[in-house]
Design a protein around this ligand. Structure first.
Ligand code: SF4
Length: 297
């Protein structure tokens, strides 16, 4: 399942969509960038398809997530914990497969290697600390790591996502954790704009029948922790999710996949730093062009 999938009837008419957490977040930043990503997956030769582009920082995040997952699975007797060297080997082998497709941003190779080590050390520290506090990683019924959840259909939209960790705390409450390796965000930004907490709490509630008390982001490289208490009324989480899902469905049905989608009103990332389409000389925020040009000037 990808960021956005369309379900069509036998005549090719869209009858529903399936959206991931990352697809919803991308839609909120820039609807057009999601349309271009969809084209890249389904019609890579289309002139609007996003050029293939992976940020090296995102790959650092994948390597660290893989490590944390292996540490937790080791508690559950599923497999042998990876070594730090194996994580590095996987990382550099992945880059070498397509050196041109990766963007290094502001980091050098040495700095990236250091970030991986910081992430691994931070993750090990967090798991050990939680273990010392009495969290039980060995019980797969109360420690659910990296499980993919798919919701029921709500007004022709299906939601899916993969929480990093859902675990019962030593107090008997349920908590959700998300591991981060990028820039630290402020608590108010997460409370106000955060989508992961609401979607994952909703999916955990629907699929596991549990109510999560809190959502915690751990910035493993920086040692920063931010916890938000979740609204005890699940309908509140769902309204926010539903609003985005239904907007995406409207865009698919009423604008279609072959006409540019309008910019969102809350944020945008029209720059070669954030957007692979922009960096390739495509799109460049054509809607509305005059306003965009003023912003760039
Ligand atoms: S250039 Fe701007 S409007 Fe176009 S896809 Fe990228 S972020 Fe979106």
């Amino acid at each position: 399942m990808r960021s956005l999938d369309l379900t069509e009837d036998e005549n090719g008419k869209v009858i529903g969509i399936s959206v991931s957490q990352s697809g919803m977040a991308q839609f909120m930043r820039c609807p057009e960038s999601l349309r271009r990503l969809w084209l890249a997956h389904h019609m890579p030769d289309h002139p609007d398809a996003t050029p293939w582009w992976v940020d090296v920082s995102a790959l650092v995040g994948s390597a660290v997530h893989e490590w944390v997952h292996s540490v937790i699975e080791d508690f559950q007797g599923m497999r042998v914990e990876m070594s730090a060297n194996e994580v590095h080997d996987w990382f550099w082998a992945t880059i070498e497969e397509d050196e041109q497709g990766y963007r290094w941003g502001k980091y050098t190779r040495e700095q990236v290697a250091t970030r991986i080590d910081q992430g691994l050390a931070g993750a090990t520290g967090v798991i050990n600390e939680m273990y010392d506090l009495g969290y039980d990683f060995s019980d797969t019924k109360t420690c659910i790591a990296e499980r993919h959840f798919t919701s029921s259909t709500y007004d022709r939209v299906i939601y899916h996502g993969t929480p990093d960790l859902i675990i019962m705390s030593p107090k008997g409450t349920w908590e959700i954790f998300d591991w981060k390796t990028g820039s630290v965000k402020k608590e108010w930004q997460l409370s106000r704009h955060g989508l992961q907490d609401k979607l994952y709490a909703f999916l955990a509630g629907e699929q596991l029948g549990i109510f999560a008390d809190s959502f915690t982001w751990h910035w493993l490289n920086e040692g920063q922790v931010t916890t938000v208490m979740l609204d005890p009324d699940p309908t509140g989480w769902f309204r926010r999710i539903e609003m985005i899902g239904q907007s995406m469905l409207t865009m698919v049905e009423e604008v279609g996949m072959f006409t540019p989608w309008p910019l969102s009103i809350n944020d945008w990332h029209c720059s070669p730093k954030w957007c692979p389409s922009y960096a390739a000389g495509q799109c460049q925020g054509i809607h509305p062009a005059a306003t965009h040009q003023q912003q760039m000037d």
